[in-house]
Design a protein around this ligand. Structure first.
Ligand SMILES: *[C@@H]1O[C@H](CO)[C@@H](O)[C@H](O)[C@H]1NC(C)=O
Ligand SMILES: *[C@@H]1O[C@H](CO)[C@@H](O)[C@H](O)[C@H]1NC(C)=O
Length: 337
């Protein structure tokens, strides 16, 4: 029905279809987030969508918008990506990232990256500079060198918070492994421009205490990240092992593509079904091909924000949240306390 109205209004008005509001939507990870950590997540996700939206308005390029938005969370220690990435059982950072362009179905993904600030930018290089989709650590590292990426001194990306978290994981390990996923903090963004070009990206440090070499859903096309102008785009966060075998994002987009349900309902249904079947949770953010947003999670919290109007950003972290951040009003005061 919605598609019909869209096509008809374009036809009747006989103008370029401007029914799509350029939109940038991001998440800052699903999990159990302590209230003391909310403000940091709010600030980081709101800043990310603001930067992404500005870029989208300036350049009209959804790829640039997703990249700049994710980069801002990769340098923010409040998130588990880039600086602030969690540590493996060996105490090392191993980061995964993926970006996909729904206008040409190109995709770039990397895994096991160390000592670079911006895995999302390297994933974009895989997409643009190679004929492959997905590079493992050696190939990705070689490409980063070739592309002139800065390599940080070993250990630079490991924050005190990540070290403390690993220590807690080590102590609790033989008690309960299942509860150690923690607050998550994977980051991901989706942007759609006025012409319906959709791009999705995700970047993560994975799980605290993960076995070296473990890969989650983030860089897996269709599980953690996917974009297709015909369907929309989504980025996932949560327990990678179950998101991967649920092929979560592709499943959601296909439900929308093949039935009449909204992307919001499809996304919430899929997250709830995953929880019911595997007792592990997760969440997604994104848009359908018309720019309708989806924010869904089965975890206790998931931080998110989106912008699709010039002065207003929506954000939240608990179920039912929909706070409004007015850019002009909040310029000179802290709106998050
Ligand atoms: C691991 O479990 C054993 C036996 O249940 C206990 O004695 C020990 O203190 C635990 N270790 C840690 C680091 O919690
Ligand atoms: C579903 O996706 C196909 C491409 O895979 C596209 O041609 C079709 O228009 C889509 N249908 C809807 C209802 O969005």
């Amino acid at each position: 029905m919605k598609q019909l109205i869209f096509i008809q209004s374009c036809f009747i008005l006989f103008i370029a279809c401007q029914a799509i509001d350029p939109t940038v939507i991001c998440h800052g990870g699903a999990g159990s987030v302590d209230p003391s950590r909310y403000v940091g997540k709010f600030k980081g996700t709101v800043l990310a969508v603001q930067l992404g939206y500005q870029k989208l308005k300036e350049s009209g390029n959804a790829l640039d918008a997703v990249e700049i938005a994710i980069k801002s969370m990769e340098v923010d220690e409040n998130f588990n990506a880039g600086y602030g990435a969690v540590l493996t059982s060996d105490g090392e950072v191993e980061m995964d990232a993926c970006i996909m362009d729904g206008s040409n179905m190109k995709v770039g993904a990397i895994t096991g990256m160390q000592d670079i600030f911006h895995p999302i930018t390297l994933a974009r290089r895989v997409m643009e500079k190679t004929k492959y989709n997905f590079l493992g650590p050696k190939g990705a590292m070689d490409l980063a060198k070739k592309e002139g990426f800065e390599f940080l001194p070993k250990g630079t990306l490991a924050t005190q918070r990540a070290k403390d978290s690993l220590e807690r994981w080590r102590q609790a390990q033989n008690v309960s492994l299942g509860e150690m996923v923690g607050e998550g903090g994977t980051v991901g963004c989706v942007a759609i421009d006025a012409n319906g070009n959709v791009v999705a990206g995700t970047s993560t440090g994975g799980l605290t205490g993960k076995m070296p070499g473990r890969i989650g859903d983030t860089p897996i096309v269709g599980a953690g990240t996917y974009a297709d102008n015909y369907m929309g785009g989504l980025s996932a966060t949560g327990t990678g092992e179950v998101i991967m075998k649920s092929v979560l994002i592709y499943d959601i987009l296909k439900r929308v593509n093949l039935t009449e349900i909204t992307i919001q309902k499809a996304a919430q249904d899929a997250c709830d079904e995953m929880l019911e079947r595997y007792e592990d949770d997760g969440g997604v953010i994104g848009v359908d091909r018309y720019g309708n947003t989806a924010i869904a999670f089965s975890s206790e919290q998931m931080s998110w924000a989106y912008q699709n109007k010039d002065n207003e950003i929506h954000y939240g972290i608990n179920k039912g949240d929909d706070f409004l951040y007015n850019i002009a009003e909040c310029k000179n005061k802290n709106c998050f306390v």
